[in-house]
Design a protein. Structure first.
Length: 94
């Protein structure tokens, strides 16, 4: 039996004043990260932030695409699509 996981498309804005989710932008979760995009610091901060926001351990969050881009694809294990959809409802403009 495989563990449940969700693929999340994100757009990050490094060197922000604080870590926060600012909403959905072109179908991607837009996230501000305070860390600079140097030596993987922004990626590590993104993993820590998403893990905390979704209530999973950091080891359950993986960047599968876009390591050097502001557009990233994340795989989060241990959550269901239904859980993620309800999480997203807080950030939809409707």
């Amino acid at each position: 039996m495989s563990e449940k996981s969700v693929i999340i498309q994100v757009q990050i804005q490094p060197r922000s004043s604080k870590n926060e989710i600012t909403g959905l932008h072109n179908g991607r979760l837009k996230i501000k990260i305070s860390a600079p995009p140097v030596n993987g610091k922004a990626n590590q901060a993104l993993i820590e932030f998403i893990a905390k926001a979704l209530g999973v351990s950091k080891s359950k969050v993986e960047i599968v695409k876009g390591h050097t881009s502001k557009f990233k694809t994340l795989k989060v294990s241990g959550i269901t699509q239904e859980f993620y959809r309800s999480f997203l409802e807080k950030y939809e403009d409707s």
